[in-house]
Ligand binder design. Structure first.
Ligand SMILES: Nc1nc2c(ncn2[C@@H]2O[C@H](COP(=O)(O)OP(=O)(O)OP(=O)(O)O)[C@@H](O)[C@H]2O)c(=O)[nH]1
Ligand SMILES: [Mg+2]
Length: 325
């Protein structure tokens, strides 16, 4: 990331120069008045700036200008919530556009509309058979999310559900899933490679929903990630791969986790532990950084209560602090 200095006769001219060279996303790090004593009236002021999203992220934790807060409260709020600044600016602009064209809309309603146009949401499941593998960092809530989904599908929607564990890493992991399977009253199989996973899936070929639990692995363990990828991809049945990401993760952590899990080819995002988050930026950053649809939000440890379909309405409500009606 490169700092650049721009000198000009006055600040307006210096800003114009910055915009011409770096565009409007440049971030001003410092301003200096060189004064006439500097000798060149064409260079009376100096701006030091950086350009690009990373530069903007650097400033994320610094208070944004007070006038910014007054004139664009939604932008200020989103930045405060850890939303990437370039993204927050775009969303706030679009939201203002909706508010200007629909006078009666609240900020929350306009933001919801913007998010629906800007992000993808998986929406409710159809009636067709689905196989879903949950992947993600250790302890993010994969197994608990599977138990919640299994319980809803089996006990409330009366669908045929089965569970498969390919978590042979953590002591007691399979037993954890087995216990849930017993409580919910659904069958469960263990698998340890693509062949046994394939066998388990074909055994459950009549089930409407098969949920596959995987082991959380250290992001640095590339071999383990490759093993899980091979196991899922060679099992012989196409499946949805949900990457579980914690709501409280910073942009950098999210980006690293998304990159590390790329070999698993996730096609949906589930954001976990919303109840533990003190900022909700991850809800916008996750789908933006991964370019994937949001499927579920998990909101606590209780099985099966603490899970909901991911919606723009919920994000808009959390970000504006305005309740849903
Ligand atoms: N607060 C909160 N805790 C959760 C949520 N989902 C899961 N947990 C808790 O997080 C802990 C880990 O949950 P697991 O489901 O075992 O996580 P995992 O991703 O399967 O973990 P590994 O298999 O070890 O990688 C447990 O104590 C869960 O009760 C949630 O939405 N909110
Ligand atoms: Mg687990």
């Amino acid at each position: 990331m490169l700092e650049q200095t721009f000198r000009a006769r006055d600040y307006d001219e210096a800003l114009r120069k910055v915009k011409r060279v770096l565009g409007s996303d440049a971030l001003i790090l410092s301003t200096k008045h060189l004064g006439m004593g500097h000798g060149n009236p064409e260079e009376s002021v100096e701006l030091t700036v950086v350009a690009g999203v990373d530069a903007l992220e650097l400033k994320r934790n610094q208070p944004i200008a007070t006038n910014h807060k007054k004139s664009q409260p939604l932008l200020a709020r989103m930045v405060d919530q850890g939303v990437m600044e370039s993204l927050a600016k775009r969303i706030s602009r679009n939201t203002q556009h909706y508010k200007d064209t629909r006078n009666s809309w609240s900020t929350r309603e306009a933001l919801e509309q913007t998010l629906n146009a800007d992000l993808q949401f998986s929406g409710p499941a159809g009636a067709e058979r689905r196989v879903i593998a949950m992947v993600g960092p250790t302890g993010v809530g994969k197994t608990t999310t599977i138990a919640k989904l299994a319980s809803h599908a089996s006990l409330q929607q009366h669908r045929k559900v089965a569970l498969v564990s390919i978590d042979n890493v953590r002591l007691g992991a399979t037993e954890q899933l087995e216990r849930y399977a017993q409580l919910i009253g659904v069958p469960m199989e263990r698998a340890h490679n693509s062949e046994s996973l394939g066998l388990a899936l074909s055994k459950f070929h009549e089930e409407d929903l098969v949920l596959v639990d995987t082991a959380g692995r250290s992001p640095r363990d590339k071999r383990a990630m490759a093993d899980t990828a091979t196991c899922l991809h060679r099992a012989g049945e196409s499946m949805d791969v949900h990457l579980c990401l914690p709501a409280s993760a910073s942009r950098r952590e999210l980006q690293a986790t998304i990159d590390h899990h790329a070999p698993l080819h996730p096609n949906q995002i589930t954001v976990t532990k919303l109840d533990e988050a003190i900022q909700y930026g991850g809800l916008l950053n996750s789908p933006t950084l991964s370019d994937l649809p949001l499927a579920f939000f998990t909101t606590g440890q209780r099985v099966p209560e603490d899970i909901e379909l991911a919606t723009a309405a919920r994000i808009a409500s959390l970000l504006t602090g305005e309740e849903l009606h």
